[in-house]
Design a protein around this ligand. Structure first.
Ligand code: CP
Length: 299
């Protein structure tokens, strides 16, 4: 049975189903409370504000009971592994696992040995599939389509799971995806063109800014001194954007580094809209997986 570890775990048809379901949830059509006692275990091994809280809200809106977990007050402190933590929550009755982890390595091993659905809530440097869905949905909401739009992802491409997942999904939806970053933060495995920050601000329909992932940098990583002047969205650069162009950022934002603080809440910013959409996306992902696994029925 399929888990939701990478965005490629969803077919194109399933992506569209999830986006349509998201739209339904956003417009409050129908009764969406699940008429059955279910438990979701939210296993966040790495810090999170948006993803963790929006999964909690999504679960409660669907009537799913939430099982909290905190590495500092759990048996992780006594040496329990991610694998044994997941097996424990399965054994005590969780119906779905939501996992955030610093590593890219756990997914296959867990997926083969756990008999309830797993949702990746952001792992390592490669995958953050629910973020990519909410990014795509926010662009779709703005323009009514994604196909042929110029979307540029600017920032720490090499270490960003958002860059990898969102670029992949936006490409699948037909967007013209470009990347912009200092030489030392490029990821040569990504087959998207790199463009300058000046071209990015002048030609993009949507510009997605990323923070420096300092926690994933090695000692030899690129110096980010002067990053704001060289690659940040400054007030001067924002004036060069097309009238219809929008600003995205997955958060958390480092104001004054990748974006001028005043632009975070400017008219073009959809940063808080992304967070709002994250709840509806996660409701849709939860119902999609629970239905697919036969834990709830289609009605
Ligand atoms: N976008 C995102 O993943 O934010 P959090 O780390 O706060 O969940």
């Amino acid at each position: 049975m399929n888990h939701f570890i990478t965005i490629n775990d969803l077919t194109d048809e399933e992506v569209m189903q999830v986006l349509e379901q998201t739209n339904d949830y956003r417009h409050h059509t129908g009764n969406y409370m699940i008429d059955k006692q279910l438990f979701a275990a939210n296993l966040f091994f790495e810090p999170s504000t948006r993803t963790k809280s929006s999964f909690f809200v999504a679960e409660r809106r669907l009537g799913i009971e939430t099982l909290d977990f905190d590495t500092d007050s759990s048996s992780v402190k006594k040496g329990e592994s991610l694998y044994d933590t997941a097996k424990t929550f399965e054994a005590i009755g969780a119906n779905i696992l939501i996992i955030r982890h610093e590593s890219d390595e756990w997914a296959n091993m867990l997926a083969e040995n756990v008999s309830i659905p797993i949702v990746n809530a952001g792992a390592g440097t490669k995958d953050h599939p629910t973020q990519s869905l909410l990014d795509a949905y926010t662009i779709y909401q703005e323009f009514g389509e994604v196909k042929d739009l110029k979307v540029t992802i600017v920032g720490d491409i090499k270490h960003s799971r958002v860059a990898h997942s969102s670029a992949e999904l936006l490409k699948r939806l037909g967007a013209n995806v470009r990347l912009c970053t200092p030489e030392s933060l490029k990821d040569d495995s990504m087959t998207f063109p790199y463009i300058s920050i000046d071209e990015a601000v002048k030609t993009s329909d949507a510009i997605m800014l990323l923070r420096m992932q300092h926690e994933r940098h090695t000692k030899s990583a690129h110096s980010v001194a002067n990053y704001h002047d060289q690659y940040g969205l400054t007030k001067e650069r924002e004036k060069e954007m097309q009238d219809h162009a929008i600003i995205l950022h997955p958060g958390p934002v480092n104001r004054g580094v990748e974006i001028d603080s005043n632009l975070v809440e400017c008219n073009r910013s959809r940063i808080f809209k992304q967070m709002q959409n994250g709840v509806f996306i996660r409701m849709a992902v939860l119902t999609h997986l629970l239905t697919k696994w036969g834990i709830i029925n289609e009605n």
